[in-house]
Design a protein around this ligand. Structure first.
Ligand code: ATP
Ligand code: MG
Length: 489
């Protein structure tokens, strides 16, 4: 079939010529032979590997038509424009993308001039949001890494680090530079819906095939530039069920403490992505394994050390429930999640305060307050979530006290459901509550007469002794202390 080649070619070069003349199906087959044999390059190239439409599985129609029309319009106006990042990666893996990002050579102002429905936004860097009804397409100008970042960042962390990042992120660049500054090879794929070609600057297609998360460039340097990339590595590994490539995994443990210098507001956003994307349970395991959990949740990490089985069970159960709810498209509240993540750290604090002479109830309140305040220094949990965390915890003290009208009042409390679910969670993790969860399950199902009987039964037990005139006194140490103290056993 081949006409005698002018020079002796390697098997693969012959293959390439062959491919130009044969059926596209065979091309794909040949590619699957070819790629594993090629040694992957660690660094980005200045010329990309170009995959034509027959060499990849993507189809223009899989992308948001708005995103495609933005790319077309920018290209018609003379700019370079591509679909990029998560949407290309996810579609290659057969996953429905969360959103569609466009990268372009046009500056934000130039983009805005092209679209009436465009708004420039930007905290850390300027971006353009183009609105189509409820859909928003994010358009980012090609950017480059700041040339003199590393040493400065190594020695000066925290706020100066952060301001360094702001500067760096605002440096516009070429398409090649834009590919290089992206975090992982699988996130640096550019799809042109007009020519239907994929540009691969970092062997991202190779890593998608081999299911690997691999940083672009020198991993240690890239993590130091932005330690949040360590969390992103875990997030993508969990979401895509990928492994973290060896050289990208090794520096994580030693560099994990650098997360302490990341602004707490950014960490809050990242932690929500880690735990509310439907893969929280495996994410948690990976965070613990790579020692990233400790800088995020130092108090919970200590609890995990001192009381491993209980703490681990409680947190992973909570996360598994969250994952299930996400899969079922049910609403999930960050408050419940944080309440569970922090709960195992409470008993030790309560005890410490009690040892200093504080009575159980105030000790519990104070411990909760301290713990949340401390946690907020790492992860800025907004007030709209810290309030319900406290309410879920407070509910744990109130659920055992059911006499008189209290049970019905509790049922009417808007936080009842969360408090009850939390009680069940504690029981799953091995806390001894004297069948309280079952009692509440039965009470909710019972009719009026049944409920009256259940309360009467309680009255004949020790509950009657708790019937003082004032709530405060009735909340008496025993029960509240037990909920916390059980957790420490
Ligand atoms: P998803 O949206 O599914 O979570 P994504 O890959 O689109 O995944 P985004 O956070 O939306 O992630 O970021 C879009 C793209 O921007 C990424 O694919 C990556 O190329 C780049 N990027 C985001 N954060 C960083 C970072 N910290 N360092 C380098 N590149 C980044
Ligand atoms: Mg995205």
């Amino acid at each position: 079939m081949l006409e005698s080649p002018p020079i002796v070619r390697s098997f693969f070069e012959i293959g390439r010529i062959f491919l130009q003349t044969v059926h596209p199906m065979l091309k794909k087959l040949f590619q699957s032979f070819r790629s594993p044999l090629r040694k992957p390059q660690q660094h980005t190239r200045t010329t990309p590997e170009v995959l034509s439409s027959s060499q990849h599985s993507l189809q223009r129609t899989q992308f948001s038509r708005y995103a495609v029309s933005i790319v077309e319009r920018l290209q018609n106006a003379g700019y370079q424009a591509y679909l990029v990042g998560g949407c290309v990666r996810d579609l290659m893996l057969g996953i429905t993308p969360k959103d569609f990002d466009v990268a372009t050579s046009a500056t934000p102002e130039q983009v805005r001039a092209e679209f009436r429905n465009a708004r420039i936004i930007g905290r850390r860097f300027k971006l353009v949001h183009i609105h189509f009804g409820r859909e928003i397409i994010e358009v980012a100008t090609f950017r480059a890494n700041h040339p003199q970042d590393d040493e400065e960042e190594d020695s000066n962390q925290s706020s100066r680090n952060e301001s360094g990042r702001i500067l760096r992120d605002n440096v516009y660049g070429t398409l090649e530079e834009d590919a290089q500054r992206r975090d992982f090879t699988i996130n640096a794929l550019y799809y042109d819906p007009v020519t239907e070609r994929v540009l691969d600057y970092a062997n991202g297609v190779h890593d998608i095939r081999n299911r690997l998360i691999r940083l672009i460039g020198d991993p240690q340097q890239r993590y130091k530039e932005d330690p949040v990339r360590m969390l992103r590595a875990v997030r993508f590994a969990a979401k895509l069920d990928f492994g973290i490539e060896k050289h990208s995994a090794t520096p994580i443990r030693p560099l994990a403490p650098m997360l302490r210098d990341i602004p707490s507001a950014r960490l809050f956003e990242e932690v929500l992505k880690l735990f509310l994307s439907g893969y929280a349970e495996s994410t948690f395991e990976m965070l613990v394994d790579l020692e990233l959990f400790d800088p995020l949740f130092p108090a919970s990490s200590k609890a995990l050390e001192y009381n491993p089985t209980y703490t681990h069970t409680l947190i992973s159960e909570a996360l598994a429930n969250t994952d299930l709810r996400v899969q079922q498209n049910k609403p999930v509240t960050p408050a419940f999640l944080f309440a569970a993540l922090l709960w195992p750290a409470l008993p030790a604090r309560v005890l410490r305060l009690q040892e200093r002479g504080m009575p159980p109830i105030p000790a519990m309140q104070e411990a909760a307050h301290e713990l949340i305040a401390e946690q907020c220094q790492r992860i800025a949990i907004p007030k709209r979530f810290t309030m319900p965390i406290r309410e879920i915890w407070d509910m744990q003290e109130r659920l055992p006290r059911r006499s008189g009208k209290r049970a019905d009042l509790l049922l009417d409390n808007p936080r009842f459901r969360a408090g009850y679910d939390f009680l069940l969670l504690r029981e799953t993790a091995g806390e001894e509550t004297d069948g309280l969860g079952d009692w509440w399950t039965e009470y909710q199902d019972a009719n009026d007469a049944g409920r009256r009987d259940m309360i009467r039964d309680l009255g004949s037990k020790s509950e009657a002794t708790g019937q003082g005139p004032r709530k405060r006194r009735r909340s008496g140490g025993g029960k509240r202390k037990r909920a916390g103290a059980d957790a420490s056993e």
